[in-house]
Design a protein around this ligand. Structure first.
Ligand SMILES: Nc1ncnc2c1ncn2[C@@H]1O[C@H](COP(=O)(O)OP(=O)(O)OP(=O)(O)O)[C@@H](O)[C@H]1O
Ligand SMILES: [Mg+2]
Length: 427
């Protein structure tokens, strides 16, 4: 029998230990701690022991002590040295170090009962705690991305925004199927020859939820959200704007994954005859060049939004730059109902007549509904505070707040939008 021995970890073991810790075939208890955390623990002098054969390192166990409680971060054994008692010997030595240091409880978290080290723990008298589950969350921003995100004003939006979008069932289903699902299931998409979208254009009247949809997509994907405002980037000259765009796209391109949102995109890509200073020829051309480069890498999505899709340069909308050109329309009665329910849910009310409210707000966008609901809450608040009235809204009050809110939409805007759908939508 070849002789192995157990000793304390030395600094110069690190080079040989890293491959052992990092390799899923040799490392147990891999679920809870990452390699960098183990290295940091070792550097901080946390207890660790190794098994050596000749000059070769064949196993190790690393712990992290928190007062009288220790966690075993990793147990590793080279493949050909399993089932010889090395794991148990490593644990025995580590345990005696820990106990000498005042540790009274030792834990170890495994994701799988077949992992390296499980047998050794059982042999050493460790018990599986009933009812213990491994909860884990992987933050999707790489450390190297944090600096770029703060430079370009990007952020993680947190979960749940998509679910908060009331109504708009048609738009939600379309964006979910065409955009979110292929990006979230890239492997399957790849296997069946579907290229996940890299760019989409949202168009529709003001306040219909284009920005909200873009944020919802980022929230669903768990990708950081970066928003560009051409009017704020503009600076004094069109050359300045082209430069700023190039710089921002360059930085954003370095992120591992991102939803890049450009609102009011007509500012930088309007057709020749409608160009303002910021949409000067050079700027539009710069955008046309930047999009193909942006599209080259996986795990990124450009979302552009505009109120006036007909004003865009036709080269801009061409296939190959934007995979889909998606109308985000005025909410139909069902959507208005859902959005009203959402905004009224935080206002106490007596048995209100939702049908009347929905039909009285027929030319309302979601933004208008939000505003009318805010007006209602304000009226209830004033009534309760100043008149000692009831803390609740009535149908009459809501209808009068609707009456006082100017709708964004008009039949002309809706007709133009229908025409835009015929002329430009690509879904
Ligand atoms: N489906 C929805 N459910 C609930 N609230 C919504 C919905 N869509 C939009 N809103 C609310 O309406 C407001 C306006 O939405 P948003 O800014 O997304 O519209 P937009 O289409 O981007 O407008 P603009 O064209 O002016 O940029 C936001 O406060 C948003 O929270
Ligand atoms: Mg917007």
């Amino acid at each position: 029998m070849t002789s192995w021995r157990i000793r304390d970890f030395h600094d110069d073991d690190l080079d040989m230990a890293i491959p052992l810790w990092g390799d899923p075939d040799t490392a147990g208890a891999a679920a809870a701690f990452g390699l960098s955390e183990i290295i940091a623990a070792i550097r901080a002098g946390q207890p660790a022991v190794v098994a050596v054969v000749g000059g070769e390192l064949v196993g190790s166990a690393v712990a992290m002590v928190d007062r009288d409680h220790a966690w075993i971060m990793r147990i590793s054994l080279a493949g050909s040295w399993r089932k010889q008692g090395i794991g148990s010997a490593l644990l025995e030595t580590l345990e005696s170090r820990l106990v000498t240091d005042g540790v009274r409880r030792i834990s170890c978290l495994f994701a799988d009962s077949e992992e390296v080290g499980v047998a050794a723990l059982e042999h050493r008298g460790f018990n599986v705690r009933d009812g213990l589950l491994l909860y884990e969350k992987v933050e999707s921003v790489a450390t190297s991305d944090i600096g770029i995100l703060s430079e370009v004003g990007g952020r993680m939006l947190g979960p749940g925004l998509w679910e908060e979008l009331g109504g708009m069932v048609r738009e939600k289903e379309l964006i979910e199927r065409r955009v979110i699902l292929p990006l979230a299931n890239e492997e399957l998409a790849g296997r069946v020859g579907l290229f996940p979208p890299r760019g989409i254009m949202l168009f529709g009247p003001p306040g219909t939820g284009k920005t909200t949809f873009a944020k919802g997509v980022a929230s669903r994907l768990g990708w950081p959200f970066v928003e560009l405002f051409p009017s704020r980037l503009a600076g004094e000259s069109s050359a300045g704007l082209a430069n700023a765009l190039r710089q921002t796209f360059g930085l954003v391109g370095e992120l591992d994954q991102v939803v890049l949102f450009i609102d009011e995109v007509e500012e930088i890509a309007s057709a020749r005859e409608q160009r303002t200073l910021s949409a000067a020829h050079g700027v539009t051309n710069e955008m046309l060049k930047l999009i193909p480069t942006f599209r080259e890498k996986d795990r990124r999505l450009l979302v552009c939004a505009t109120n006036s899709v007909r004003a865009l340069d036709s080269a801009f909308l061409r296939h190959g730059r934007f995979d889909y050109v998606i109308p985000v329309g005025p909410p139909d009665p069902e959507a208005r109902r859902a959005i009203w329910i959402r905004y009224l849910s935080s206002i106490p009310n007596d048995d209100i007549d939702l049908d009347a409210i929905v039909s009285a707000s027929s030319l309302f966008t979601p933004a208008d509904i939000e505003f009318a609901a805010r007006r209602t809450a304000q009226a209830v608040f004033e009534e309760a505070l100043l008149e000692k009235g009831a803390e609740s809204a009535t149908t009459e009050l809501i209808l009068s707040c609707i009456h006082d809110t100017r709708p964004t939409l008009s039949t002309r805007i809706i007709e133009e939008f229908q025409q835009d759908i015929e002329d430009f939508a690509r879904v």
